[in-house]
Design a protein around this ligand. Structure first.
Ligand SMILES: [Zn+2]
Length: 310
């Protein structure tokens, strides 16, 4: 039996899957633990796995592998095990002004899980989604590809030569925090502290902050032909399109799968416009490169952790 764990800033979800099956069972979810010792999240995960086993009527000892899809960024401990340095979880990063009820600078996760379950793999949520898309979705059979989520934030998972990229701290793919435009006005403050990076300019919450309306309303107006909304849409697509183009030519990718609520709810409007940002530029690298909506659609997050241990 494998345990699939999804850790976000607001909730932790756990489900179980039988070996070799793509079916998630006995789902348990709670608000993310943010009080107590820095291993509180790991303790919560183990308790939820126990609860899922009890619900399914299987012994807790039957879990012999755990996949963890988590909001980043990560740091590694001296033994190379992942700890979460997530600003929405660890109150010690931004200080008391952030209002979190702890002073953690990181939340240990991999080491305690490894001690109990043996086989554990912790990856950033976009990297986990990349693996799910390669296994079951729009990236099947491809060795040079990326997954990009355009949602509350902007996250990226990267695969080159058939290998998922990890980097020195397990953070490869944080391209949402790269700069592709000069627009650095005060409304483009990203949660990471940057002003005017991609996420600060185009993420769901940035759209609302910069233009005074939710993404759904903006893109609805654009679809109806509203000139101002179409102009804003073109500006957002130019920023995201540059990010996608930069990924394609830097890593020589074949395909990029796109997910996340901002993209998936507006794919009719956004997909052709984003593709146009790739096409025709440096044909030796971009000819035939296709952008695709996530094959797993809205369920890509559900299968992300499973892909790490399947
Ligand atoms: Zn940022």
């Amino acid at each position: 039996m494998k345990a699939c764990v999804d850790i976000g800033g607001t909730k932790v979800a756990v489900s179980l899957a039988e070996d070799g099956r793509k079916e998630l069972q006995a789902r348990q979810a709670e608000p993310t633990a943010k009080e107590g010792a820095p291993d509180a999240v790991a303790q919560q995960v183990m308790r939820l796995i126990d609860a899922a086993c009890a619900q399914l009527g299987v012994p807790a000892a039957s879990v012999d592998g755990v996949g963890v899809s988590a909001a980043g960024p990560f740091i590694l401990d001296a033994g190379g095990a992942v700890e979460l340095a997530t600003p929405n979880i660890c109150g010690g990063l931004a200080g008391p002004a952030r209002g979190l009820p702890n002073d953690w600078t990181s939340a240990v996760i991999e080491a305690p899980l490894r001690r109990r379950y043996g086989r554990v793999r912790v990856e950033n949520d976009a990297v986990s989604a990349l693996e799910a898309e390669r296994r079951w979705g729009a990236l099947q059979g491809l060795d040079h590809c990326a997954y990009v989520t355009w949602s509350t934030g902007v996250g990226v998972g990267l695969c080159v030569d058939g290998r998922t990229l990890r980097g020195k701290g397990g953070n490869a793919g944080h391209a949402g925090h790269s700069f592709v435009a000069d627009d650095d006005n005060q409304h483009a403050l990203c949660g990471c502290g940057n002003v005017g990076d991609v996420e600060g300019l185009v993420a769901g919450n940035a759209i609302e902050r910069r233009f005074g309306m939710p993404a759904a309303q903006l893109f609805g107006a654009a679809r109806a032909g509203d000139a101002r909304a179409l102009g804003i849409t073109d500006g957002l697509v130019r920023v995201m399109g540059r990010l996608l183009y930069n990924l394609v030519v830097t890593l020589d990718l074949q395909r990029v799968s796109l997910g996340g609520s901002v993209f998936l709810h507006n794919r009719d409007l956004l997909l052709p416009r984003l593709q146009a940002q790739i096409d025709g530029r440096l044909p030796a690298l971009t000819q035939g490169v296709r952008l695709a909506a996530a094959g797993l659609g809205e369920q890509v997050g559900d299968y992300a952790a499973l892909a790490l241990v399947a």
